[in-house]
Design a protein around this ligand. Structure first.
Ligand SMILES: [Zn+2]
Length: 163
């Protein structure tokens, strides 16, 4: 994805108020992020680990979503799969819940998905990060197809939040 500035990221949030978007934690090392290898930028707030954010480019503009996370699955020994990048982890997948944008969110509606706890899906897909699970799921699709799948899964998730 195209490198983003802090301002662009803050302006892109769709499911929180403008004030909240200004106060959100945004990583300080944006210039050093491997943008070329990212399908979306995701991070956790070091001050409140149950809060996470992700930003993806949709129709050429950055769209951000605020998430609440239950933390890594409590049953650490259980293997689970990220619904976005299809990486299998042992205890490294979290249920992330996003309030819906607009009226839906005000009425308490939310959308949930199981995601890599560190939101590093793009790097797992490209083999730059290892989930530590020995037996990788064997898939007969190419890296390019996996990247496309990850990008379209994240776009579908954001579309549910903004719907
Ligand atoms: Zn993932």
């Amino acid at each position: 994805m195209k490198p983003l500035t802090e301002q662009e990221i803050r302006a892109g949030f769709v499911n929180c108020g403008k004030g909240a978007a200004k106060r959100l934690f945004v990583p300080r090392d944006l210039a050093d992020r491997p943008w070329d290898d990212l399908d979306f930028l995701g991070w956790r707030d070091p001050q409140s680990p149950d809060r996470a954010c992700l930003v993806a480019e949709l129709d050429g503009r950055p769209v951000g979503v605020v998430l609440r996370s239950s933390g890594p699955s409590s049953r650490q020994a259980r293997r689970s799969m990220c619904s976005v990048c299809v990486t299998t982890h042992t205890g490294g997948v979290s249920l992330m819940v996003a309030p819906r944008a607009g009226k839906g969110g005000q009425q308490g509606n939310s959308v949930g998905a199981y995601l890599c706890s560190d939101l590093a899906c793009s790097l797992y897909v490209r083999g730059q990060k290892d989930s530590g699970v020995g037996a990788r799921l064997h898939e007969s699709i190419t890296l390019e197809e996996k990247i496309q799948r990850t990008a379209s899964n994240i776009a579908a998730f954001i579309a549910k939040v903004t719907a």
